[in-house]
Design a protein around this ligand. Structure first.
Ligand code: BTN
Length: 325
């Protein structure tokens, strides 16, 4: 509670004395010092200067629920979700999966400044430093059966690509099934977790993480090439604007998917497919297989042609491009 208030005061990057902060929070200067120390867990860079007080090394634009809701209205988002904007959480996906058990109808969105246990695909950790990236999850209730959702990840990839185009990004690619890549580096990832009956309506939690303004030090544990959106568009990006664009594009694209199926997206997907017509190596379970990517079929499966001429369809796996082949 004190942490969130402190960060909100310090967000403008100006100096605040211990006495001023204490008065604003109704606590002693020593207590302010203790809380400032505790903010270290968010890896926030706070300068403490004798005679001046405390300030953030650089100002941050915090997420603002009101601004995001207003933008969603301007963007004609076809769905009005319940929106939770959290200071910190283990994982926005986990939060919404839990919420879906008590909120039995309607759509919801959760955004957070910080995830202390952000989830990536294949059980990996998604590095989620404070206030610098986008951590966004959407709870979507679909009238489609679980079996019809095999290509949902690809559809969400198209939605994320659309949102990024609207923010001014060009030349981004989708790497099957749903990584967003810019100049060979990962810009955004998608993690979909579904609950519900196999035949009945499903609740799906769609998690999107976008690197926006992450520092090198926060990213030291990332073991693959990555890039920030601010670098890719060569300007500062407002996370509030990006949040609204992301939410509106994902919900509107999902509604399009419900009426058109994946057929309505295949052409758009192929236009930004990173792997199409490339030699690839696909990791399936413990095995690596080499082949040639032909694009995706009407169900979103990856089509791979082998030297023997045989073409196989893959619904899951990790792929990378084979260079110099
Ligand atoms: C990937 O591995 O590429 C998927 C990353 C997905 C990260 C997002 S951040 C918001 C949401 N909450 C999580 O815990 N994970 C997803």
């Amino acid at each position: 509670m004190y942490h969130a208030t402190l960060v909100r005061i310090l967000a403008d990057g100006k100096f605040y004395s211990g006495a001023t902060l204490g008065a604003r929070l109704g606590i002693s200067r020593t207590a302010v010092w203790n809380h400032i120390q505790a903010l270290a867990r968010y890896q926030l860079d706070i300068h403490a200067v004798r005679g001046k007080g405390y300030r953030l090394a650089s100002p941050i634009e915090l997420l603002d629920r009101r601004i995001i809701l207003d933008r969603l209205e301007d963007l004609s988002c076809a769905i009005s979700p319940e929106l939770d904007v959290l200071f910190d959480v283990d994982s926005t996906n986990r939060y919404l999966l839990e919420k879906s058990k008590v909120m039995t109808s309607g759509h919801a969105v959760c955004l957070a400044e910080y995830q202390y246990s952000g989830r990536g695909r294949w059980g990996r950790t998604w590095v989620s430093p404070f206030g610098s990236n986008l951590y966004c999850s959407l709870l979507w209730r679909s009238s489609l059966a679980l079996s019809a959702l095999s290509c949902l990840g690809l559809v969400v990839g198209v939605a994320v690509a659309r949102a990024l185009s609207e923010i001014g990004l060009t030349d981004h690619r989708l790497k099957w099934p749903n990584d967003l890549i810019w100049q060979g580096k990962k810009l955004a990832g998608i993690l979909i977790e579904a609950t519900g009956e196999v035949s009945g309506p499903v609740s799906v939690v769609i998690g999107v993480g976008v690197n926006v303004n992450m520092s090198m030090s926060a990213a030291r544990d990332i073991d693959q090439p990555w890039v920030n959106l601010s670098e890719a568009v060569n300007r500062k990006v407002s996370r509030n604007t990006l949040s609204a664009l992301m939410i509106a594009n994902i919900f509107n694209t999902l509604l399009q998917f419900e009426t058109q199926g994946f057929d309505g997206f295949r052409e758009e997907w192929h236009a930004i497919d990173l792997l199409k017509n490339k030699s690839v190596v696909l990791r399936v379970g413990e095995e690596n297989v080499n082949g040639y990517a032909l694009g995706v079929d009407h169900q979103g499966a990856l089509l791979v042609r082998f030297d023997s001429g045989e073409v196989k369809r893959y619904f899951s796996g990790e792929v990378s491009v084979r260079y110099g082949v």
